[in-house]
Design a protein around this ligand. Structure first.
Ligand code: HPA
Length: 236
């Protein structure tokens, strides 16, 4: 038990999928896992453990943003022994080549978050994915003929920002593919504790065109993303 998770020692698998949304955690557990068991409902931040193709897997919601994800990932690693952590989320596209419903596999995550500012002094730490998981995800995505991209994303703090387009343009000009709100903290914590982490995102909106998918239109790319993450989680 931790301040935010009521599960007992051993309730989580070593491999944990991390959606932001608790209802997406429920959907992944109930749609894909055999014998899913609810192991956390503190704050309705639902966590489940079951098996997928015979392998034990957990799904734990993280909530939105790096401070929230940081709490769950820290506790999953330090109390429950999580070894492989794969975020499954959505991102906004910053690139013309990244279309709605595409899959973005995040190689690195830039950020405006202050979470690391007092940790590394005058240095900027470079949060990066585990290479083995990244390579596996790219190989599986290619074999399944998904529309996929590997590259940098940015984890922003403020979804609503008075002047974000200017900085998004600069980031896009440096090859950053998409915008979400969690991955820099995930990759930093994995590095700190010697664990493996990866983020796989389905593209839900474009910051260039303001196009977006309605929640019901997201379902097919969320399914592809969940199946990709489960394959990487259990074989990567
Ligand atoms: N901004 C931030 N986070 C997001 C977005 C976005 O446009 N889309 C999905 N997650």
């Amino acid at each position: 038990m931790t301040p935010h998770i009521e599960a007992k020692a051993g309730d989580y698998a070593e491999t944990v999928l991390l959606p932001g949304d608790p209802l997406r955690a429920k959907w992944v557990a109930e749609t894909f896992l055999d014998s899913p068991r609810l192991v956390n409902r503190v704050r309705n931040c639902l966590g489940y453990t079951g098996t997928w193709q015979g392998k034990r897997v957990s799904v734990q919601a993280t909530g939105m943003g790096q401070p929230s994800l940081g709490i769950y990932v820290h506790e999953l690693i330090t109390t429950y022994g999580a070894q492989t952590l794969i975020r499954i989320g959505t991102c906004g596209s910053l690139s013309e080549k990244v279309k709605l419903r595409d899959i973005v596999i995040a190689e690195t995550a830039s950020t405006d978050s202050a979470m690391n500012r007092d940790v590394f002094g005058t240095y900027n730490f470079a949060p990066a994915a585990d290479f083995g998981l990244l390579r596996k995800a790219a190989d599986v995505a290619e074999a399944r003929k998904l529309r996929w991209h590997v590259g940098g994303i940015v984890s922003i703090d403020a979804f609503y920002h008075p002047d974000s387009m200017n900085v998004y343009k600069v980031l896009a000009a440096h090859g950053v593919l998409g915008v979400e709100m969690e991955t820099a903290a995930l990759y930093t914590l994995a590095a700190r504790h010697g664990r493996r982490a990866l983020t796989i995102c389905a593209v839900s909106d474009s910051l260039l065109t303001s196009d977006h998918l309605e929640p019901e239109e997201r379902q097919s790319s969320l399914k592809e993303m969940a199946e990709l993450a489960l394959t990487v989680a259990t074989t990567g």
